[in-house]
Design a protein around this ligand. Sequence first.
Ligand code: CMP
Length: 133
Amino acid sequence: MNEVTLAIIKPDAYKNGVSGKIIDRIISEEFIINEMKQIHLSKKMAEGFYEIHRERPFFDELTSFMSSGKSIVLSLERENAVSKWRDVIGATNPAEAVAGTIRGQFGTNTGNNAVHGSDSPENGKLESKYFFS
Ligand code: CMP
């Protein structure tokens, strides 16, 4: 059955000019792009999105980075979209990401890791609603 996942091309990847390459990869991995928009997140919107991490020591760094420039957010659909997208993007820390994954190719470090992916089908729906109501 088809699932939905939320992808974000983060400010580092956007600034580095690799958004097109990432979108090409999304299409070649047979995701349907149901929604897509360019957005410069406010600090508040970044904090709302990452609310679950509020108590983590990296929360301020994460939300400052996510509001530091433009991003592209995409709601993606395909069979097993959540696990498939997580396989395509690779480990959170680009140094641990398998070669050929998006974070392996375009990420710099755990904070500046090029892309986001939802961690469960439930969050895929909730996160898509956060940006595309
Ligand atoms: P993402 O998939 O967007 O979900 C939560 C984000 O928190 C994660 O990618 C990382 O970019 C970020 N993150 C996780 N751990 C750390 C950390 N130790 N320092 C900075 N950022 C982190």
